[in-house]
Design a protein around this ligand. Sequence first.
Ligand SMILES: C[S@@+](CC[C@H](N)C(=O)[O-])C[C@H]1O[C@@H](n2cnc3c(N)ncnc32)[C@H](O)[C@@H]1O
Length: 161
Amino acid sequence: MDDRLMHIRESERKSHIETYTNEKLYHTNSWLKKPIKTVQDILPLFEGYRELQVLDLGCGVGRNSICVAEKYKKINCVVDCVDLLEIAIEKLLQNAREHEVSSNINGIIKSIEEYNIGINTYDFIMAISALEHIDTEESFFKKLTEIKKRTTREWNCMFCD
Ligand SMILES: C[S@@+](CC[C@H](N)C(=O)[O-])C[C@H]1O[C@@H](n2cnc3c(N)ncnc32)[C@H](O)[C@@H]1O
């Protein structure tokens, strides 16, 4: 990684830590205010499912994963949440407890690049404001291809073709 990119990544890291330390999920005027509209629009598509496996790459403190878990907690919905920041996963698990979805949320401290997406594991893969943080162009396209190939077949066509 060159010096310029290293400097950018360090600023992003500091800014994320500051936000996660000082702002409360869904009670702030920042980007943590509410889940993104695309996720809210997509969620009804899973009505009728008897179980739901979701992956949230670069999950932060759960802005999007908590609302998925809340909507589908009555079916066997599990959201695997991946972030490289310890504080993000710590706050994510705290938010999951507060929203009574602890049993639906798995917090995983790992980089997106290192997280191996299982074949046919996920019905829905989110990577919201996250893929742009990947280190290299090569890793970016590798992960994008992995997301496309590894999302269960039914949804693969809908979002990636
Ligand atoms: C702008 S935030 C978005 C968080 C969340 N997706 C949301 O929409 O609220 C980006 C998140 O990606 C995480 N992140 C950045 N680079 C990452 C990487 N290479 N692997 C895993 N997480 C990463 C950051 O720690 C941060 O929590």
